[in-house]
Ligand binder design. Structure first.
Ligand code: FAD
Length: 245
């Protein structure tokens, strides 16, 4: 597990991808694993809390974040210019168990839930990966996935791109050995329950409001099959059965 650091990181690039989505690259000369996240802040006093943002990509020199502007914190991040700094605390959390994942893998995202899945697919070895992703209107960030996946299937709510409907319409978990997913909880619940019924292992990356990011405040406690767990410290990645069985 990579060691956690709390440091300023210089912004290399912070590019709008359209529809309020940004890709930020920062200098970060430490390792980070697929499914881990950082507590990020780009401001002094307000907002009070740092914001959890997943590792989209990492190469031991730079970390990339893919984020959607939601409120004040992500708005401030979106205004950062190359050469300015953000404060990072991390990487934190338990990510995807990539070494255990083998065979045909469905990687399933809803909206900005696609963020942690790039490093996940890059970290899988010897797998045949199908990326199924759902967006409101229009896809983003898919070019980065192309070298690492065999197939990409897209669904949009509006039908503007790909299948009009739910991302879960795009595949049958029974056709895969493993499913990994990140997105809205309602989507992950539906998917995890279908995987449980079909006895297909499924890993879900939970996104909860959280304050400290290290399991101290218990603000993101969730009831699981193995008792109460902190999404930040014990997750954010869990076996689907642990959360939804
Ligand atoms: C482990 C983890 C990893 C995450 N990774 C990413 C990522 O890679 N990219 C990304 O864009 N976002 C990610 N998020 C969500 C991100 O942390 C929130 O969107 C961000 O904190 C919003 O901050 P804000 O100040 O801009 O908005 P706020 O003013 O705090 O909130 C704006 C709106 O977003 C909602 N919101 C805030 N936090 C969450 C949350 N955790 N889940 C659902 N709704 C929320 C609020 O209810 C409100 O409606 C992640 C969250 C978690 C817990």
């Amino acid at each position: 597990m990579p060691v956690k650091h709390c440091e300023s990181a210089v912004v290399v690039e912070n590019k709008p991808l359209g529809n309020g989505i940004f890709k930020m690259i920062v200098w970060w000369p430490y390792p980070a694993e697929a499914g881990q996240f950082f507590m990020v802040r780009g401001w002094d006093k307000f907002p009070l809390l740092s914001r959890p943002i997943s590792v989209h990509d990492a190469d031991g020199e730079r970390v990339t974040f893919l984020y959607e502007v939601r409120g004040e914190g992500t708005r401030i991040l979106s205004e950062k210019k190359p050469g300015e700094s953000v404060e990072l605390s991390g990487p934190v959390g338990n990510g995807f168990p990539v070494e255990k994942i083998k065979g045909k893998v469905a990687v399933v995202s809803g909206g900005i839930g696609i963020a942690p899945l790039l490093l996940a697919v890059k970290s899988l070895s010897g797998c045949e990966v199908t990326l199924c992703c759902g967006f409101r209107n229009q896809s983003y960030a898919l070019d980065s996935f192309k070298p690492y996946v065999q197939e990409i299937r897209v669904a949009t709510d509006s039908g503007k791109e790909g299948h009009k409907g739910f991302v879960t319409d795009l595949f049958d978990p029974a056709d895969f050995d493993v499913v990994i997913t990140c997105g809205p909880e309602v989507m992950m619940e539906k998917l995890a329950k279908s995987c449980i019924a079909k006895k297909v292992p499924c890993y879900v990356s939970m996104e909860r409001h959280m304050a400290c990011g290290v399991g101290a405040c218990l603000g993101c406690t969730h009831h699981t099959a193995h008792g109460a767990k902190c999404i930040c410290k014990d997750g954010p990645v869990f076996e689907g059965e642990e959360i939804y069985a």
